[in-house]
Every structure is written in C-alpha cells, then in structure tokens.
Design a protein around this ligand. Structure first.
Ligand code: 13P
Ligand code: SF4
Length: 338
C-alpha cells in the first residue's frame, strides 16, 4: 500500500518501468494530462484512489495507490466530497457502501471483474441452503448483493486472519477457489467449503511457465498472488496481496531479482519502490497473459472525463448496502495477515 503524489503535485512517470507494448500514453503527454487531472481534482475536492493494477500513468495521477484492503480503508477515512475510483466496479461499489453520503465515480462502467461475476446472489442462496449452519466468508471481489448475503468479507491481505477470527469451524468461502484452497491450508483445523470461482488473469498461469522463467534467473525470489493456482503457489517464496508483495521484497534484502506472479502493472509500484532490483513477470512474457482487461479500461482520458462530467456515479440499493456494509466493517476490524 502506498500514498503517491499529493494533490496538485505532478509526478513524472518512470518511463523505463512501463513495458513498451503497454505504454498507452506518451510520457510527456501523460505528465501534462496528469496536471490537468490534479487541478480538476482539487477544484472538486476529489480524491483519486487507484489499484496496483491500474495503468502506470493512472497510478501516477492518483492520491493513493494500493490493494483492495488499503483502498477500502482509504475510502473510509477520506474527507473528500468525491471519490474517483481507478479500479474495477466491485471496488468502487465497496467505496460507496462505506461512504453512502459521498459521490463515488467509476471512470468506465465496463470495468467489471470476471471473478466477481462468477457468483450471483441466487447461486449463493442455493449454496447456503445446502450448508445450513455454515458462516459465509466472501472475498471482496464480489457484488454488493453477494456481500449482503455474507457474514463477513475478506481480501487477499487478511483472509487467513478473518477465517481465524470466526467463532465457528464451519465456513463457506466464496467465490475464489485458489484463494480459498490456500487459506484452507493455513487453517487446517476448520472445515472450509470452497466455491468454484476463479480469476482468469491469475488462473491461466502454470508452474511450467514460472519454472522456465526461474531457470533463466537462478536465485530469484518468486512472489505470487493467492488467486494463482496451487501449482504456482507451491513454488512461491511469498504469497500475498498486491501491496503485501511490496512488503515481501523488503523481507529479501539479499535478492536482486523477483519473479512476479500477478498482474503486470504491480511491477510499476515495485520498480518505483526498489529501483535497484529486477522484477520479471512470471508468464515469461511481458505480462501479456497476466493482464487484467478490466483494470486497463480506466485511462487518463476516462479519469479526466469522470471529473469533468461527474460520470459514472455508483449507486447501491439501500438494503443491500446496509447488509454489505456490515460484512465489510466486520472485515475491516480484522488486522492484515502480516
Ligand atoms: P489485492 O486485494 O491483492 O490488491 O487484489 C485484488 C485483485 O483483484 C487481484 O486480482
Ligand atoms: Fe478481477 Fe482478476 Fe481483474 Fe482482479 S485481476 S480485478 S480478480 S479479473
């Protein structure tokens, strides 16, 4: 989790850290547009929150860059009138649930999440009927309606602590099967039934690809997101949330090279923090397979338009919001895993 740039400050993009293929904006043009966006944000008393998977130039425009948990905490404490959420729909929706009185804007309404879409309220209701007496733990990558039917939420940064905090051994974990299995291995004393959802961006990665990258970089440390499959997680030296990976680098002061098994744009934050280290996408490519198309639907142009035209405002049904808020606030009372 990191705060970058204060309001009005213009930051220059570390051009070398942006793979050529993914560089959407010319660095000088991006700096000019970031200046415009910062001025608009000041005029509207708006805060720009960006996820670690956002385009590097969007990360540079933001007041705060972080993981899902960090962004929720930041949304909860902001004094701004407007939150421009540079991330995907469930993240903006969570910010709205935590801030019913504020305007929350998502610059592109098509920025969804395939994992969040893998569970519906109807499928969760059926599943709850099959497992009476089980508590439902739902990953934050889910809709407000699904959260409203859940006892508590979690993120990749606190899933183990959330499960351990519950006063029962019988748990339904939704919707990510890879995170669910990884958590279940950390807490073997609990009976955890896991829903069959997955993130296509992470689930596509295989240990064979990571092995190939590793063979070219002996001694490299593998850091992986728990949405990766079990075969990948088993070869990882560190398994953590996106911002947890930034902390993980600090735990390996001797290592020069890190293989990063998550969405490629996190490497922008890693290179900014640790310019003397080397970070390599785990797919053996430039992150072409570790690419979240939804996150990349937010651009400097859409952010500028959001501020100028007040689009697209996120609304949540009041009843769902009240129940989902309870699940989110219970989660936020639990500390990070480490
Ligand atoms: P983090 O909460 O670790 O940032 O992950 C969010 C996400 O969508 C991963 O795919
Ligand atoms: Fe959803 Fe996967 Fe994209 Fe994360 S990387 S926002 S889980 S589709």
């Amino acid at each position: 989790m990191s705060g970058v740039g204060s309001v009005g400050e213009i930051v220059t993009i570390a051009a070398a850290s942006v793979p050529e293929l993914w560089r959407v904006a010319d660095p000088r043009e991006a700096t000019r547009r970031i200046g415009q966006i910062r001025a608009l944000a000041t005029a509207r008393n708006a805060v720009l929150l960006a996820h670690n998977y956002q385009l590097p130039e969007v990360q540079e425009a933001a007041d705060f860059v972080g993981d899902s948990l960090g962004l929720s905490l930041e949304a909860q404490k902001t004094g701004a009138d407007v939150i421009v959420f540079c991330g995907v729909h469930f993240m903006a929706e969570s910010a709205k649930i935590l801030n019913p009185g504020k305007t929350v804007l998502l610059p592109n309404l098509s920025a969804g999440c395939a994992l969040a879409d893998s569970i519906t309220p109807e499928s969760l209701l059926k599943w709850k009927e099959r497992y009476p007496g089980y508590l439902v733990v739902t990953y934050i990558n889910s809709s407000a309606e699904v959260k409203a039917l859940s006892d508590i939420c979690c993120t990749s940064a606190n899933a183990v602590s959330v499960i351990r905090s519950l006063p029962t051994d019988r748990i339904l974990f939704t919707p990510d099967r890879n995170l669910g299995r990884w958590v279940a291995r950390q807490v073997p004393e609990k009976d955890i039934v896991i829903y069959d959802g997955a993130c296509p961006t992470h689930d596509v990665l295989r240990d064979a690809s990571v092995e190939r990258v590793k063979s070219g970089h002996p001694g490299a440390v593998v850091i992986a997101h728990p949405e990766c499959r079990e075969d990948v997680l088993q070869m990882a030296d560190e398994v953590c949330s996106t911002s947890g990976m930034v902390q993980a680098v600090q735990r390996h002061p001797e290592a020069r090279t890190f293989i990063v098994a998550t969405e490629w744009a996190l490497i922008h934050q890693l290179k900014k923090r640790f310019p003397d280290r080397e970070f390599i996408p785990a797919d053996g490519c430039i992150g072409c397979r570790l690419h979240c198309p939804y996150m990349k639907m937010i651009t400097l142009d859409t952010v500028r338009r959001a501020l100028l035209e007040n689009v697209f405002e996120i609304t949540v049904d009041a009843e769902d919001a009240a129940l989902a808020r309870r699940a989110l606030e219970r989660m936020m009372a639990v500390p990070r895993d480490r």
